[in-house]
Design a protein around this ligand. Structure first.
Ligand code: PLP
Length: 376
């Protein structure tokens, strides 16, 4: 059996090695390392794939969220509502910009931000909502957009884990994750569903004016060369990464399919088990399985992780510490017990290996080991 990895980037690369090597060598031969043709080509390919008017490439996912907030003109003192159960980058950029993060609890089934909790957290200082499409499934965007419209707020989607997922509106129409709010942040970190071979990111928007402002912000706030009308940052997607992404974007739907097939195998193996809650699919979203995350019941989750590791099965805890209990984000407004769903999840979730290269032999080995632990 092939060695089981949390993410098998090597196996994925070997299948498209020729195309990738040619693309990277092409950039080196051209020496157009910054803003070379592949950056624009990838941008345009991704705009078509997502059916969005503007993709603005940048250096990483964290920057993409920061740039979106800067371009929207959010100012210190403005409150930004986000989920307590997420990767720290979402809250980090809010703090870095001197904005006030307002944390709310998540839905126990989808792990995504709870729209009712969002509405309760709104104050006269609230300016934006940042839903995270966690683990590859969309947050309840129709409900969130309605709240945003009513209270005149921006919606900035964190799509870092959910590229290619589709949101299904009540009338049956579908839109890709990241194209539903005012703007969206995206990461091409190697282990993400569309990953490059280093750091990379992008912002998506359908708003022409906002896109123009984002293009200035990522380029030192420059309007005309060496004329800086705004405070900006330096955040670029380098050409080698764009060349890799242009190749890999062609395989994204295939990759999503492979993840969904692995998820279906896990689902079937664990169906109805009293100690293992399999991922719940929301009626309003497809699931692209950035992670396959179980919620355990009546078993020692940390012991289970150790047991799997002892059988050479990696398993990860995403995320062990909720936002409001992180040392750097201690805040007198929040204390332990404030976000019961998030706190419960942080103690009971476990994510199994999930990637595009899992074969049946590996899946059989992983599910047997999980069941062996759960049944003892
Ligand atoms: C990965 C990730 C980010 C940050 O992306 P980087 O490219 O690592 O900066 C932000 N939010 C979420 C939810 C992520 O998963």
């Amino acid at each position: 059996m092939k060695q089981i990895r949390m993410v098998d980037l090597q196996g994925q690369y070997l299948k498209i090695k020729n195309e990738i090597d040619t693309a990277i060598q092409g950039v080196i031969d051209s020496t157009a390392f910054i803003n070379g043709p592949a950056v624009k080509e990838f941008q345009s390919d991704l705009e078509k794939y997502l059916d969005v008017k503007h993709v603005i490439p940048c250096a990483n996912g964290t920057d993409s969220l920061q740039v979106a907030m800067m371009a929207l003109g959010l100012k210190p003192g403005d409150e930004v509502i986000t989920a307590s159960f997420t990767f720290i980058a979402t809250a980090e950029v809010i703090a870095v910009l001197g904005l006030t993060p307002v944390v709310v609890d998540v839905d126990p089934d989808t792990f995504n931000i709870d729209p009712e909790a969002v509405e309760r957290a709104i104050t006269p200082r609230t300016r934006a909502i940042v839903p995270v499409h966690l683990f590859g499934q969309c947050a309840d965007m129709e409900a969130l957009n309605a709240i945003a419209q009513k209270h005149n707020l921006y919606v900035i989607e964190d799509t870092c884990q959910a590229i290619g997922a589709e949101y299904i509106f009540k009338d049956g129409t579908r839109k890709k994750a990241g194209t539903i709010g005012h703007a969206s942040g995206m990461s091409f970190f190697p282990s993400k569903n569309l990953g490059c071979y280093g750091d990379g990111g992008a912002i998506f928007t359908n708003d022409d004016k906002l896109a123009e402002q984002m293009r200035r912000v990522v380029n030192h706030g420059m309007t005309v060369r060496y004329h800086h009308d705004y405070v900006g940052v330096n955040s670029r997607l380098d050409t080698i990464q764009a060349a890799v992404l242009k190749v890999k974007l062609q395989y994204l739907d295939q990759y999503i399919n492979a993840r969904q097939t692995a998820a279906a195998y896990y689902d079937k193996a664990f169906a109805g088990h009293p100690k293992l809650k399999t991922p719940v699919r929301a009626p309003f979203s497809t699931h692209v399985f950035h992670q396959y995350t179980l919620v355990t019941k009546d078993l020692d989750r940390d012991e289970m992780q150790k047991f799997l590791n002892s059988k050479n099965i990696p398993a990860m805890i995403y995320y062990p510490v909720p936002m409001h209990l992180q040392k750097a984000y201690q805040d007198p407004r929040y204390k332990e017990g404030d976000f019961p769903v998030t706190e419960h999840l942080s103690k009971h979730v476990i994510s199994l290996p999930m990637h595009t290269e899992l074969d049946e032999e590996q899946l059989e080995y992983i599910t047997s080991a999980v069941l062996e632990f759960a049944n003892r």
